[in-house]
Design a protein around this ligand. Structure first.
Ligand SMILES: NC(=O)c1ccc[n+]([C@@H]2O[C@H](COP(=O)([O-])OP(=O)(O)OC[C@H]3O[C@@H](n4cnc5c(N)ncnc54)[C@H](OP(=O)(O)O)[C@@H]3O)[C@@H](O)[C@H]2O)c1
Length: 312
């Protein structure tokens, strides 16, 4: 396994591939979820992504199921020390309102710790950019959790570069922790200009540039567009249905053929080649098996050029 520290933060050593768990314990049952987790760690990987509210949007579930499943699995496998666990706060579920007010951060961190059965959350993200709560309040709450040993590092999701810079300035002025990473939607295909993803924010060139200049680690979610690169039953999301995608798909296919790899593997390898950590998601063991094949792919500079130059 290749391990790296997270951007400006030397404390956390994570693998270069993260695994998402949003459907674990809800749509994906315990047996399959744990088989996927076992396969992931057997490959030497260590970075798990969850959230307090996963998967409240699925009928019959109320949120917290993913964290609870991970907690049970860790207890059974006794593998806490081998893992880096990221979770989040800020999306409404049950009786918890939307946002990152200090009280919510404080109470939700306790609930996440309990469900996960751990003493410290390695990476704690705000899940959305709550513009109604000043960064002073949000970051002070995070600072208290770090000082209490309940959180090691902090990050932000679904946020624009200029807002990250505002948060950075607040942290520097007050001695609060700095964000070590930003988790954003990102894949090889480019969305249409002004595409709307609801509360989710897609990575743009401004954020990429900002991450480089501030040494922030970018973590990419939904890299496989829910399987749409390869599955006939998964049409491309409408935000990606335009001529640019047709051209980029051709480039992707050409590189995949050259390397005898799948389109999914090339998308993940393309992200990793740029020092981005993709969050892979799987709901079946065969899927993770195939996706882990990306670890054997080394894209050449010529292949990166082919992929990067494609488009209109
Ligand atoms: N911070 C945020 O706001 C945010 C937002 C979204 C996600 N996330 C995180 O990112 C993780 C991944 O997100 P995502 O699920 O949207 O990622 P994704 O890469 O777009 O989609 C993963 C899904 O693609 C399908 N898939 C994966 N590998 C496949 C394969 N080899 N063959 C065929 N189909 C395959 C599966 O769909 P089926 O299960 O339907 O078969 C799988 O569940 C989540 O679990 C969560 O931890 C974070």
């Amino acid at each position: 396994m290749v391990k790296k520290t997270l951007g400006n933060n030397n404390e956390l050593e994570v693998s270069t591939l993260c695994h998402g768990t949003d459907h674990f314990g809800s749509r994906v049952d315990y047996e399959t979820s744990t088989a996927i987790l076992d396969r992931y760690v057997a490959a030497g990987e260590n970075f798990l992504d969850t959230s307090n509210f996963y998967a409240a949007w699925i009928e019959g579930f109320k949120g917290g199921e993913s964290e609870t499943l991970i907690g049970k699995w860790i207890k059974e496998r006794k593998n806490r020390d081998q893992l880096i666990i990221a979770t989040k706060v800020g999306v409404p579920y049950q009786d918890v309102p939307m946002g990152a007010k200090a009280k919510i951060i404080e109470m939700e961190a306790e609930k996440s710790l309990k469900r996960l059965g751990i003493d410290t959350i390695d990476m704690y993200y705000t899940h959305l950019d709550d513009r109604s709560t000043p960064f002073e309040e949000q970051l002070e709450a995070m600072d208290k959790l770090v000082k209490a040993g309940k959180v090691r590092c902090i990050g932000a999701c679904n946020i624009l570069a200029w807002r990250l810079e505002e948060a950075r300035n607040v942290s520097l002025s007050n001695g609060f922790p700095l964000h070590s990473c930003v988790e954003q939607r990102y894949t090889y295909l480019r969305p249409k200009v002004n595409a709307n993803f609801g509360g989710q924010v897609s990575t743009n060139s401004d954020l990429l540039d900002y991450c480089r200049s501030r040494n922030l680690q970018l973590i990419a979610y939904s890299p496989l567009l829910h399987g749409a690169y390869m599955r006939n039953d998964r049409p491309l999301p409408p935000q990606y249905q335009h001529a640019d995608s047709d051209v980029r798909m051709e480039a992707l296919k050409a590189v995949a053929e050259e390397l005898n790899a799948t389109l999914n593997q090339i998308v993940i390898a393309w992200l990793m080649h740029q020092n981005i950590i993709p969050i892979i998601g799987a709901s079946r063991v065969e899927q993770i098996e195939q996706n882990l094949g990306c670890l054997d792919i080394n894209l050449t500079e010529a292949q990166m050029k082919t992929l990067n130059r494609a488009g209109i």
